[in-house]
Write a protein that binds this ligand. Structure first.
Ligand SMILES: Cc1ncc(COP(=O)(O)O)c(C=O)c1O
Length: 395
């Protein structure tokens, strides 16, 4: 016994990039704990409380004894409510048995990769991307194929770009609209062109629609699967209640799609998480069905709209910074390359020198930018932006 010992960590972990966002937010938290006045633009969740009627429904479910194991694919009542929602709001005719309830949108995507991807399969991901996509693909043994996009195209992949990156090993394309981190929203025309490439090449697409309700300036969310029956057959929709209903901690997400794939995901889920917390699912039913939710969403959107305008107004006055106008989600993806710094240098120095926390774009596959979230109060926005502007101007 004794001596140096090799700690047994599986090789697959070595393939995965540790989360840069967690690192910088831990640093910001430590600075706050030291009493420093930190302005944070790093939040990935609405700064609102879960609506009261949703909380009450979960409490009632607890009182009613909804405290036991449930079916691995989710409570039938919630699967039905989601099928109904997808039909009426998104024009997607799924039946309840094509819906699986998962631990957040994150676990729906993770399980989908486990269910669909074989070693060597390629998954096409436009960059900038939500940082978990490539890691989930790698954890399933697949190969993330990253397609760079530019600010001039509002960071949206075009149909010809998608076509260019398809190989005989391509299996799946990840489409996220509205997009984290850029706020881009794909139009009907853009989606139609992408759908044609997907169908012609017999690919599948997973549409991550988690920000579908967070839209500005009359932007419209269109589900790619609603365009025609051919693309519908090849679409998997991933969504969740976290962002729309301020329910990040509840961990209720879902995926809808081909029944065989949903079954395969259910098998994986039955051996990993079992079911999503039963009484949380009852809260989710209330979020989807109670008309009071609409008012709560409207209030949240009114606040986001106001903050977004303030952010855009201030940023447009700083020559060293630029960003395309975002039409969805609650992020701005700001180009800082004029300052001559990498995104990590910029974010670290900004935090150390001005106590402003942002997320370096390199975490999303783009080193020219930083991500600013406006899921924070107006005072933080005004103070933080003033400091950010000064920092950029003196860089
Ligand atoms: C683009 C995108 N997809 C999915 C998720 C997953 O959200 P959750 O697992 O909380 O439902 C997030 C969360 O930040 C996200 O930004």
């Amino acid at each position: 016994m004794g001596g140096s010992r090799q700690i047994p960590i599986a090789n697959r972990v070595g393939e995965v990039t540790p989360s840069l966002t967690l690192e910088i937010s831990a640093k910001a938290k430590a600075m706050k704990a030291d009493g420093l006045d930190v302005c944070s633009f790093s939040a990935g969740e609405p700064d609102f409380d879960t609506p009261r009627h949703v909380v009450e429904a979960a409490k009632q479910a607890l009182d009613d004894g909804q405290t036991r194991y449930g079916p691995a694919a989710g409570e039938p009542k919630l699967r039905n409510a989601i099928a109904q929602k997808l039909h009426t709001e998104n024009n997607l005719p799924y039946s309840a048995n094509q819906v699986i309830i998962t631990n957040g949108g994150k676990y729906s995507l993770f399980t989908l990769m486990q269910a669909m991807i074989n070693p060597g399969d390629e998954v096409i991901i436009p960059s900038p991307y939500w940082l978990s996509y490539p890691e989930m693909v790698k954890l399933a043994g697949g190969i993330p194929v990253i397609v760079p996009t530019a600010a001039a195209q509002q960071y949206k992949i075009t149909a010809s770009q998608l076509q260019h990156y398809i190989t005989p090993n391509s299996k799946l394309f990840i489409l996220n609209s509205p997009t984290n981190p850029t706020g881009a929203v794909y139009s009907r025309e853009e989606l139609t062109a992408l759908a044609e490439v997907i169908v012609n090449n017999d690919l599948f697409v997973v549409a991550d629609e988690i920000y579908e309700k967070i839209l500005y300036d009359q932007a419209e969310h269109i589900s790619i699967g609603s365009l025609n029956s051919e693309i519908f057959e090849r679409t998997l929709v991933s969504n969740g209640l976290a962002k729309t209903f301020a329910m990040t901690g509840w961990r209720v997400g879902y995926l809808a799609g081909n029944e065989e794939i949903v079954k395969a995901m259910t098998t994986i889920q039955s051996h990993s998480t079992s079911n999503v917390c039963t009484f949380a699912q009852y809260g989710a039913i209330a979020a989807l069905e109670n008309p009071l939710s609409e008012k709560a969403i409207d209030e949240m959107l009114a606040a986001f709209t106001q903050r977004r305008q303030v952010m855009l107004d201030v940023l447009s006055s700083v020559p060293q910074l630029s960003c395309p106008t975002p039409y969805g989600a609650f992020y701005l993806f700001v180009d800082i390359s004029e300052t001559g710094k990498t995104s990590l240098e910029f974010a670290n120095q900004l935090l150390e020198e001005k106590q402003v926390a942002t997320v370096p774009g390199i975490a999303f596959g783009n080193d020219n930018c930083i991500r600013l979230s406006y899921a924070t109060d107006m005072t933080t926005i005004k103070n933080g932006l003033e400091r950010l502007a000064k920092f950029a101007q003196n860089s």
